[in-house]
Write a protein that binds this ligand. Structure first.
Ligand code: ADP
Length: 485
């Protein structure tokens, strides 16, 4: 269990409840395994509902004092947290790679890019301005106050075990909220390491708890505990829908960042090299396990031969291996279920006439490794075009006209990311407006940043993370009517 950390304390073996690192001998255990070889990295308490309730009670109490502190003080603590994350980035990356599998360079990228949300919202904390509205009656004045929502619950997934936390906790603490976090059971160690640094940075004890345990029971508690004002969730549409249903009884505020089925469109007039780079960045980052991953690649007939050949060549050169080895380009998938899903999608496509250009099989490395795959001859009727594959599979669908590709791209209940490549500026406008998605990448496969609003339309979610819009997810508007003036 020696991960070779410079600061061994970052590898926690307890949950973090109300400012205390707790064991829970009477409840069950969670073991965290390395997806590279299945070996056990850590063993953690699986908390019962009592511990979760305690975390919520204390977070609820601490929130008031935190919100009462001047924004500048909250910002100072958040900046310190940001600095500690950056300082400890190499250790945090080792922990992340061991529990999740992605290459170390990607782990570092995830940590630094998402720590930026903490710094960004530390700055935004100071600019939560109210408003004075021109009142329709001369003896009245209308004011708008912005106040923190209160105690928030966060539920995060395994694909970005570090980054999905900072982009929620940053704006929440900046706005004056408290937070109880339930990380994914496959990857709780990054969350606990972040909590350790938060405590060091001066986030008050109890303002932030990390509860490890059974998802369903903790989710039930978050939805039914009246002290939780808001739930921020990143994960599957199915669980998002469940939280909405359960939260309905108490009209819980919700931010939901759910599944996607991103179209990636290459027009004949695109630059082939830029489009291939974009496809690799968008499709194969984290072995295809990101919610903004290109899921369906629509390629116009004229450019299809050049694009497919160049993409297949690049992809066939990927080095698979242990994420901790510096030369690794693609790590293992998270688990056997993920491998079964890509296999199912490939089999379905092959049975309906698609062709594999490269990959298509489990890797010789065994375990959860799957060869990065490019397929051509794919159609809208195949599973790969309808469901999120969440794996390293690029299915190429040919198209002839702009209107045809817009109809195919929008033919989904999802609307998270979308991408297209063209040099025609008029088409850039038309397409950006026509695509039913919360985010559109034009001539790029990488769109995320702390300065941009991240989120989806349709069944991909509610709300936005990041940017000047992001903090409003953690604020309520209060209208004050002053009369008798
Ligand atoms: P994935 O397919 O990425 O695992 P999930 O939506 O199942 O997506 O999981 C995302 C997060 O939601 C994880 O932290 C998981 O433990 C949690 N989760 C799963 N089911 C529930 C539930 N019923 N209530 C609350 N959280 C849940």
């Amino acid at each position: 269990r020696d991960l070779g950390l410079r600061e061994p304390e970052l590898l926690r073996d307890r949950a973090f409840v109300a400012g205390t690192w707790v064991e829970s001998p009477s409840d069950g255990r969670i073991t965290v395994n390395d997806p590279f070889d299945g070996s056990e990295i850590a063993d953690l308490p699986s908390l019962g509902v009592d511990a979760v309730r305690l975390a919520i009670d204390v977070a609820h109490r601490e929130q008031k004092a935190w919100a009462a502190r001047p924004a500048r003080e909250r910002a100072t603590v958040l900046k310190k947290w940001f600095d500690l994350i950056v300082e400890n980035c190499d250790d945090l990356a080792l922990i992340l790679t061991r529990e999740q599998g992605k290459p170390l360079s990607e782990a570092r990228g995830e940590i630094l890019a998402n720590a930026n949300y903490i710094e960004w919202f530390a700055e935004e904390a100071k600019r939560v301005d109210g408003d004075v509205i021109a009142a329709p009656l001369s003896e009245q004045r209308h004011l708008v106050l912005k106040q923190p929502v209160g105690t928030c619950a966060a539920i995060t997934p395994w694909n970005f075990p570090n980054g999905m936390i900072t982009r929620k906790a940053g704006p929440a603490f900046a706005a004056g909220c408290s937070m109880v976090l339930k990380p994914a059971s496959q990857t709780p160690l990054s969350a606990l390491a972040l909590a350790y640094l938060a405590q060091k940075a001066g986030i008050p004890d109890g303002l932030f708890s990390v509860v490890t345990g059974p998802a369903r029971a903790i989710g039930e508690e978050f939805c039914s505990n009246p002290k939780i004002a808001k739930i921020s969730f990143t994960g599957s549409t199915e669980v998002g829908r469940w939280l909405m249903e359960r939260g309905a009884a108490q009209i819980k505020r919700l931010s939901l960042e759910l599944g996607g089925n991103a179209p990636f469109i290459v027009f004949d007039d695109a630059d082939v090299d830029i489009a291939v780079e974009g496809a690799i960045a968008s499709k194969f980052r984290n072995a295809g396990q990101t919610c903004v991953c290109a899921n369906r690649l629509y390629v116009q007939e004229g450019i299809l031969p050049a694009f497919s050949a160049a993409l297949a060549k690049r992809v066939s050169e990927f080095r698979l291996g242990n994420g901790s080895d510096p030369g690794t380009r693609q790590g293992p998938l998270i688990d056997g279920k993920a491998v079964a899903k890509i296999e199912e999608h490939i089999e379905d496509a092959l049975s309906k006439g698609a062709v594999v250009l490269t990959g298509g099989r489990r890797s010789e490395l065994g375990g959860n490794f799957f060869e990065p795959t490019v397929m051509t001859g794919v159609t809208q009727q195949m599973k790969v075009a309808k469901e999120e594959t969440f794996a390293p599979l690029a299915p190429l669908i040919s198209f002839s006209s702009e209107s045809e590709v817009v109809a195919m791209a929008n033919d989904t209940e999802y609307g998270l990311a979308s991408y297209f490549f063209t040099k025609d500026y008029a088409r850039v406008w038309r397409m950006a407006e026509a695509l039913e998605a919360g985010m559109v990448g034009v001539n790029t496969g990488l769109i995320g940043s702390e300065a941009a609003p991240f989120g989806g339309v349709k069944q991909s979610g509610l709300g936005r993370e990041g940017s000047k819009y992001g903090i409003s997810e953690y604020l309520e508007i209060k209208y004050v009517c002053l009369a008798g003036i």
